[in-house]
Design a protein around this ligand. Structure first.
Ligand SMILES: [Zn+2]
Length: 272
């Protein structure tokens, strides 16, 4: 999808609500309070109302966009800019393009989306695992990267394209990460929720060492390094897994006919 098509289809709040309703409607079947099955949808307010107990279920509360005051149009735009552009954009660039007021809000949104991408990546059918060496010669300081990444990979039945899931090594900067985490939690860090993912990678397991095909392996790590270097000066170990999650999702859906933006939503709805 090119930007003009995107802004034509998803340029208004109404269109975005209609689109997101189509994605999430099947996940709201009964009232969470009284289990009543008759729920009425109010498009202009983006919520359902239970016809029995009148409980309100908002579209935002059942999605990964919960706990934010940002409009659906802005969420949709940030997802589009993050996933569908040919060249990966930095959070600062997305902030500039959306014209949103606060950088912190965009930062939080991007990280929430990456957490969601990580959840989707984990669901992929990947039956092989190995380690992906990071070519030291390609490393340009000050970007700090581990010596290697854990990788799970495989092909779906009847699919010719490989899919990957890159995982930060268990012990990479573990001590400094935990220290940083402790500090952050002490000062009342605003975006604690997006750190959940970083914590789980610390508990990751060791991977067997199958040998990767040399050319594929060096292309993969080369592309990753180039992409990272174009954007980051330094990557916090607390956020590195989320950066990888974005990279893997884009890699896995690189030739998707639907495009990455729609693939993302179809996967969320379980229709992917
Ligand atoms: Zn009810």
């Amino acid at each position: 999808m090119i930007p003009s098509q995107f802004y034509q289809r998803y340029g208004s709040e109404e269109n975005c609500i209609e689109f997101l309703y189509s994605i999430y409607k099947d996940s709201v079947r009964v009232c969470s309070h009284c289990k009543c099955e008759i729920l009425k949808w109010y498009a202009e307010r983006a919520h359902w109302r239970c016809t029995c107990c009148k409980k309100k279920i908002t579209l935002k509360s059942i999605s990964f966009m919960r706990d934010s005051k940002v409009s659906f149009r802005q969420w949709t735009e940030v997802i589009f800019l993050l996933l569908e552009t040919k060249k990966t954009l930095s959070i600062a660039e997305i902030h500039r393009l959306t014209g949103m007021k606060r950088y912190g809000t965009v930062f939080y949104m991007v990280h929430k989306i990456r957490v969601e991408l990580g959840r989707l990546n984990k669901k992929e059918f990947l039956d092989k695992s190995s380690i992906l060496p990071i070519d030291k010669k390609m490393k340009v300081e000050p970007v700090n990267l581990p010596e290697y990444l854990n990788i799970r990979y495989g092909k779906e039945v009847n699919h010719t394209l490989d899919k990957i899931y890159l995982i930060v090594p268990y012990n990479w900067k573990l001590n400094s990460s935990l220290e940083q985490l402790q500090k952050i939690c002490c000062v009342g860090y605003r975006y604690k929720k997006v750190l959940k993912n970083s914590l789980s990678t610390f508990r990751g397991r060791q991977f067997e060492r199958r040998k990767l095909e040399q050319k594929w392996s060096s292309n993969l790590s080369g592309n990753l390094i180039r992409e990272i270097e174009g954007i980051y000066h330094n990557i916090s170990p607390l956020h590195f897994q989320k950066v990888l999650d974005e990279y893997c999702f884009k890699y896995n859906y690189r030739h998707s006919r639907k495009g990455k933006f729609l693939s993302f939503f179809y996967l969320i709805s379980g229709k992917g």
